[in-house]
Ligand binder design. Structure first.
Ligand code: ST9
Ligand code: ZN
Ligand code: ZN
Length: 341
């Protein structure tokens, strides 16, 4: 099937214009009703992923039922704790440490974060970081793996069910990954990822409640493994979908990413996305380090106190003020930005 869509491609060389289509009536494209200017590349649905995500969400709903009405309070608490720890592997680890280098971490912390990131099963760190750096460099274009211009569904989960747009591969080559290629912790995880993921993301969270407090193994699997994984994925994806669609833009009103408190709460402080795209090097990923709305900052500050995290990078108030004045939408003084730490 051939699909037509809004003109999102920045690169004219990969897309025919409507005009050229009319000049070549023999092409397949001309037989389709022309809804917009540029025809899209062909969708290649990856059915394996579609089925996996359908199972994950149906089974996840069942897990939610067991979590609320059947499991013991210990399993409930364990599910939350595991989600928190795995989440830090994504936020403090893959995102703020490895993708943005917003602080430095000593070897023990890098190993801990790598293990936590494996618990989250969101691809190995090297792949996660490559996609994320490409997302920042080519935000909201066809070269962005989860281009929010293609709508909520695509930027949320759809991008994981289709082969990538060729621009992602072509332009993605320009992104420097040499720092990760040299990190033995990253290379270790990459090498053993397929072995580590089933253990860390599924076996450990299910076996702990079963072994230590005699939780029913079935209940344990659907709550601590399946539901917890499903919810964590959706909370993470909200950063790419909701926080690229809804919210204020105090720092740059010309870009898609926005400040979204709901997403910040769900994703441990990763919802201050207008700030983050304007000042991506800031370890707080937000203007102020309000711990209640930014649990990840709390975790990094803790490791900084014991000396395992260092060289924390942030942004001066003058620089933020100047930028907000020049490109912001005027909403910078709202209450969410009053820090309490
Ligand atoms: C998941 C990831 O969920 C979620 C990421 C979210 C990011 C959010 C960021 C927001 C900030 C942080 C917020 C955190 C909040 C946390 C809260 C916690 C509660 N550049 O990919 P392939 C090349 S994963 C350059 O196979 P296909 C490269 O050569 C969920 N080049 O493309 C590559 O080969 P290799 C679990 C690139 O075939 C080759 O292309 N995982 C780039 O089109 C092929 O790459 C899944 O479900 C690039 N960016 O397949 C798996 N990309 O790797 C899903 C590719 O050898 N993925 N290349 O170098 C897949 O099955 C496939 O990737 C696909 C595309 C079907 C989606
Ligand atoms: Zn980022
Ligand atoms: Zn973004």
């Amino acid at each position: 099937a051939l699909f037509l869509t809004e003109a999102t491609s920045e690169d004219d060389s990969v897309s025919l214009t409507a005009k050229s289509v009319h000049h070549h009536p023999q092409t397949k494209i001309a037989k389709q009703p022309c809804r917009s200017i540029k025809p899209k590349y062909r969708w290649k649905v990856v059915w394996r992923n579609v089925f996996a995500f359908v199972y994950l969400h149906v089974a996840g709903l069942y897990g939610l039922y067991l979590l609320l009405f059947v499991c013991s309070w210990k399993t409930f608490f364990w599910t939350y704790l595991f989600a928190f720890i795995a989440g830090q592997g994504i936020t403090a680890g893959a995102h703020r440490l490895w993708a943005h280098r917003s602080y430095k971490a000593k070897l023990p912390l890098r190993i801990i974060l790598m293990i936590c990131q494996t618990m989250a099963f969101q691809n190995h760190i090297y792949e996660w970081v490559r996609d994320h750096r490409v997302h920042h460099k080519f935000t909201d274009t066809d070269a962005d793996p989860h281009n929010a211009k293609r709508g909520f569904f695509f930027s949320h989960i759809g991008w994981l069910m289709l082969r990538k747009h060729q621009d992602v591969m072509l332009k993605g080559k320009k992104v420097d990954m040499s720092d990760l290629a040299e990190d033995p912790v990253i290379q270790f995880q990459k090498k053993f990822y397929l072995l580590l993921v089933p253990i860390m993301c599924f076996a450990v969270p299910s076996l702990v409640p079963w072994y230590f407090w005699n939780e029913n193994g079935w209940v344990s699997w659907y709550t601590a493994s399946i539901f917890r994984y499903c919810l964590s994925l959706n909370f993470t994806w909200l950063v790419n979908s909701a926080a690229h669609i809804w919210g204020t833009k105090p720092y740059d009103k010309t870009i898609g990413p926005a400040e979204n408190m709901g997403v910040a709460l769900a994703a441990f402080g990763e919802g201050w996305h207008n700030y983050h795209h304007v000042f991506p090097w800031d370890y707080k990923a937000a203007e102020l380090g309000n711990y209640r709305l930014n649990h990840t900052t709390m975790v990094i500050d803790f490791f900084s106190k014991i000396g395992w995290a260092y060289d924390l990078k942030t942004t001066s108030v003058e620089m933020i003020e100047k930028r907000a004045k020049r490109t912001g939408d005027g909403s910078r003084t709202i209450k969410n930005f009053e820090g309490d730490v």
